[in-house]
Design a protein around this ligand. Structure first.
Ligand code: HEC
Ligand code: HEC
Length: 218
């Protein structure tokens, strides 16, 4: 009995990506409820939105694959001090993001982070994409494809458009493997397309190259 417990404890400590040994997703799920986060975010996948009306009814981005999408350290900090990610209000093409996202105190943010990091998608293969100043990826992002027309990025003079989420700190915010998975198959994550589909325009190697490049943004 005692031995089983020790074995379990070691298993938790060695679990990849577990970060904190005492991660407690259930406690975080409770905080998520109590703070009414679910009024604007759903956390059970797969994607629920099927039509434009479904998308417009959403008050915030889906979080059912948050553990595959975000970097844990970024998430823990952002929940305590949320800065706008999208320049424009969610689902709007004109109104500015008011920057009024609810804040969580430290311990609540840590618990919710453990909860959200436990929500993963089987469609994101881990360990494929590493941040890299990939020249091909840079060419795709800044020239051959219109990525920078819709996304803020750390550019010199031109710093990008405002339609999509800012990618300025994508290297700290997003999991490189998720970026690649999203470019390959945006529909799994955001079925009501808000972004052009690049399958057919970019091959997988190009997508990986651009994911590597975007992952260097800081
Ligand atoms: C009134 C609606 C609303 C509530 C309540 C709310 N959020 Fe949000 N949330 C949003 C919107 C809108 C965004 C997009 C913000 C941006 O792009 O700057 C967002 C973004 C996020 C993101 C980043 C998601 C992404 O894909 O960019 C996380 C994580 C998040 N919220 C967690 C929470 C948590 C945890 C709570 C509860 C404490 C919460 N939210 C409560 C509306 C809400
Ligand atoms: C026509 C505008 C447009 C173009 C062009 C575009 N995107 Fe997007 N992109 C979007 C929108 C809109 C979203 C998602 C909206 C949301 O979740 O609120 C998005 C989402 C993303 C995300 C996820 C960001 C996040 O925080 O959720 C990444 C990464 C991304 N795009 C990369 C790219 C790359 C790389 C290219 C070029 C190959 C590109 N985009 C081209 C509009 C665009």
């Amino acid at each position: 009995m005692r031995q089983t417990k020790i074995v379990l404890l070691v298993a938790v400590m060695l679990a990849p990506g577990s970060g904190t040994v005492w991660a407690d997703p259930a406690a975080g799920a409770k905080v998520f409820q109590v703070k009414r986060c679910q009024d604007c975010h759903y956390t059970d996948g797969p994607a629920k939105e099927k039509t434009i009306a479904d998308q417009l009814a959403k008050k915030g981005p889906e979080l059912w694959y948050a553990g595959s999408k975000f970097q844990k350290a970024w998430l823990g900090k952002w929940l305590q001090d949320p800065k706008p990610i999208r320049a424009l209000k969610y689902n709007s093409l004109t109104a500015k993001n008011a920057g009024d996202h609810p804040k969580l105190a430290g311990p609540d943010a840590a618990a919710v982070t453990d909860f959200l990091m436990s929500l993963v998608s089987k469609d994101v293969k881990a360990g494929v994409v590493k941040p890299k100043m990939n020249p091909k990826g840079r060419l795709v992002f800044t020239k051959s494809m219109p990525c920078s027309g819709c996304h803020q990025f750390p550019g010199q003079k031109f710093t990008g458009g405002l339609n999509g989420p800012s990618l300025r700190d994508a290297g700290e915010r997003l999991n490189p493997d998720w970026i690649f998975a999203y470019l390959k198959d945006a529909k799994t994550f955001k079925p009501v397309r808000q972004m052009p589909v690049f399958a057919g325009l970019l091959n997988e190697k190009d997508m990986q190259a651009v994911a590597e490049f975007v992952s260097t943004f800081k």
